[in-house]
Ligand binder design. Structure first.
Ligand code: FE
Ligand code: FE
Ligand code: MG
Length: 162
């Protein structure tokens, strides 16, 4: 990205370093969400676990796509995405919940909590960039739409499994 976009974002009152830090926090969230879904799908047990693991695998792919989108925007803005996986834990907003108990009902609960956290994070980010950074705004809208879908999909499966 050129200096011009940075200047125009800054002239609207955004501190680029602060924006980059918020985007990097979301980036770390996405990697942890990706792994939580991915490993959850591997270890899941329970009647009808296939219904759940198909959905978890699909969500894992989408979280990885969100990480890609955020990394690209961070780089466009002149920043560096978190380079050290061990920093994901400390940088992230949302908790990583290891699937220590692979029961599908518990996996669903853990991932629903994760999605609720992600939705809160992206709503705050939207407020932060609203009317100030239209490119980041559109990107976050796109991600948020999928997080809402993720939560709804998991809630539906949880209801159907009752
Ligand atoms: Fe995501
Ligand atoms: Fe999600
Ligand atoms: Mg889904």
């Amino acid at each position: 990205m050129g200096t011009r976009e940075r200047e125009s974002i800054e002239s609207r009152g955004i501190n680029i370093a602060e924006l980059l830090s918020l985007l990097n926090k979301a980036f770390a969230d996405e990697w942890l969400a990706y792994y939580q879904y991915w490993i959850g799908a591997k270890v899941a047990v329970g009647i009808l676990h296939k219904v759940v693991t198909d959905e978890l695998e699909e969500h894992a792919k989408e979280e990885l796509k969100h990480a890609t989108m955020l990394a690209e925007r961070i780089i466009q803005l002149g920043g560096t995405p978190v380079l050290e996986p061990k920093e994901w834990y400390t940088v992230a907003n949302c908790r990583y919940e290891p699937p220590t108990n692979p029961d599908i009902h518990l996996l669903l609960e853990q991932n629903i909590r994760g999605e609720r956290c992600a939705i809160g994070v992206y709503k705050n980010l939207l407020k932060y960039v609203e009317n100030k950074d239209p490119v980041t705004y559109d990107l976050i809208v796109e991600i948020l739409k999928e997080e809402v879908e993720h939560e709804e999909d998991l809630e539906t499966i949880r209801r159907d499994l009752r």
